[in-house]
Design a protein around this ligand. Structure first.
Ligand SMILES: *Cc1c(COP(=O)(O)O)cnc(C)c1O
Length: 495
């Protein structure tokens, strides 16, 4: 067929080939996930593969078969690796087959959840109602789904900014404010908060980074002092940011005390519960997040410790009007009618920066129903137990040092060797992390703790078993011993 004369629609004249390919892809991908353990978690991308992605714009058609073959050959072998049982880098979710299925179904419907009469919006409303209940928020609270924890934090901070401003920020901007609004969080707070305040025009100059105590919780004494100092200087202490599960330590701020301080000073309390808020589903672990239910806004990720495929997160806001305030705009093409598709009272688009967006709620809805919250809570408890198991292994291994006590699912440790100064130890541990990844053993990440480069394991992985941590410890010791003998130690960090 001459491709110039065929394209009247993207639907194929003959559905046979795409059906056959789709069935094959389903089998291939299920096998891929089922065999995640057998493959390398991660491997470096060869130059020939990089070269493949420097092709010109495809102006002519190519068969679906050959495009699929390219995917299999050039994309699939070089993943981030977070399906693998020994992937524990950053805070990465491990996904699931049922989540894949839901993504396929959602993509097939190709719904856009702007605020229309369609069942996908009921699904999202239901999931958000479940989350309100699980997080201890009232039914009257407002909620919205977004694609990431960073954006979920942004939504909370935007609601806080407008609620605490003395004028109408939507119209006058912050230039209309009589004095700057100050924000407070601990030094351990996630970087997305800084990004959010940059975008919101608040300015990081008005974000106070409060030190943490020995438990990595925000130092309440220092916090009170900073708030009082700002108030005396004529600034307006406006927003308090607490964390339920810090990225580096899995530490929980004392949220109950933060809620007290916020109400004492008429401040907004935003809680970042990106992965830590998940403990609310566990009878055993919930106590760690005590006070979370008192937040004015809460951000959490589904794609981390709820094991849902990327990217889905949500923000809960206690006061619905405050949530809506920064995001509501009017337009003729968005106004509602009495009946039909746009006969809707409620519009998700009034609660986040997004308008058109994917049907991300379906994977949460299907996974919650298929697994049940009981099973999910057992899995996060299992990850917490595995972190404790790894900590125990480290404590009895003389070559390894546990850097901080393990509170949740995060373990920070390093290899130690006599005769090496701190700088050399940092280089050595960076080399160990790189070798663990490059030798296809495991993917921990690294972080800095008091100028020490440490190996960091964050377990949001439902495929890990105890033996995976035995392997990590054995291989870390082997690599540490091997690498400390080489000249390579030095220049490990790229800056
Ligand atoms: C991961 C993380 C975020 C950001 O979430 P994304 O989904 O990666 O944007 C925010 N806060 C904490 C504590 C996190 O661990």
């Amino acid at each position: 067929m001459n491709p110039r004369t065929t394209p009247k629609t993207l639907d194929p004249a003959d559905w046979g080939p795409v059906r056959k390919l789709t069935h094959r892809a389903v089998d291939d991908m299920l096998a891929y996930v089922a065999n995640a353990r057998e493959k390398a978690a991660w491997q470096p991308i060869p130059e020939a593969t990089r070269e493949h992605f420097r092709q010109p714009v495809p102006r002519r058609r190519q068969s679906e078969e050959s495009v699929y073959r390219e995917f299999i050959e050039y994309v699939l072998p070089y993943p981030l690796g977070n399906l693998h049982p020994r992937f524990w880098g950053w805070v990465s979710g491990s996904g699931s087959a049922h989540g894949m299925l839901a993504d396929f179904l959602a993509s097939s419907m190709n719904s856009s959840l702007n605020g229309f009469q369609q069942a996908p919006e009921l699904v999202e409303q239901q999931v958000l109602d479940w989350i309100k209940e699980l997080m201890g928020f009232p039914k009257t609270a407002s909620a919205v789904m977004v694609s990431s924890g960073s954006l979920a934090n942004f939504v909370g901070l935007a609601a806080a900014r407008n609620a605490k401003a003395s004028g109408d920020v939507n119209v006058a901007g912050l230039a209309g404010e009589p004095s700057p609004m100050t924000h407070y969080c601990s030094v351990e707070t996630h970087s997305s908060m800084k990004k959010g305040l940059q975008l919101l025009g608040v300015g990081t100059k008005f974000l106070r980074l409060i030190p943490v105590d020995q438990d990595y919780q925000i130092d309440l004494h220092a916090l009170r002092h900073a708030i009082e100092k700002d108030a005396r200087a004529g600034l307006r202490p406006a927003v308090l940011i607490g964390t339920a599960g810090t990225t580096d330590q899995g530490a929980f701020d004392d949220l109950d005390s933060l809620a007290d301080i916020a109400s004492e000073h008429g401040m907004w309390l935003h809680v970042d519960g990106a992965f830590g808020a998940t403990v609310m589903i566990s009878d055993r672990l919930r106590v760690m997040a005590k006070g979370l239910e008192r937040a004015d806004s809460l951000a959490l990720d589904f794609h981390k410790w709820f094991y849902i495929p990327y990217g889905v997160a949500c923000t809960l806001v206690r006061d619905e009007a405050a949530h809506r305030n920064p995001f509501t705009v009017k337009a003729g093409y968005l106004s509602k009618l009495k009946r039909g598709v746009s006969a809707t009272e409620f519009r998700f688009a009034d609660y986040s920066p997004e308008l058109s967006r994917e049907f991300m709620a379906l994977k949460v809805w299907m996974c919650f129903k298929t697994f049940g919250l009981e099973k999910l809570s057992k899995l996060i408890e299992q990850n917490v137990d595995q972190a404790a198991y790894l900590a125990k292994l480290i404590r009895v291994t003389p070559e390894l040092e546990l850097i901080t006590p393990v509170r949740l699912n995060v373990v920070c440790f390093r290899f130690i060797a006599s005769g090496l100064d701190e700088e050399a130890l940092n280089d050595l541990n960076a080399c160990i992390v790189m070798a663990l990844q490059e030798q296809r053993i495991a993917v921990p990440s690294h972080t800095m703790n008091k100028n020490r480069l440490v190996i960091r394991v964050a377990i949001c992985n439902h495929r890990s078993v105890d033996n995976d941590f035995d392997v990590l410890v054995q291989e870390t010791v082997r690599l540490g011993e091997e690498l400390s003998l080489t000249e390579e130690i030095g220049n490990a960090e790229s800056g």
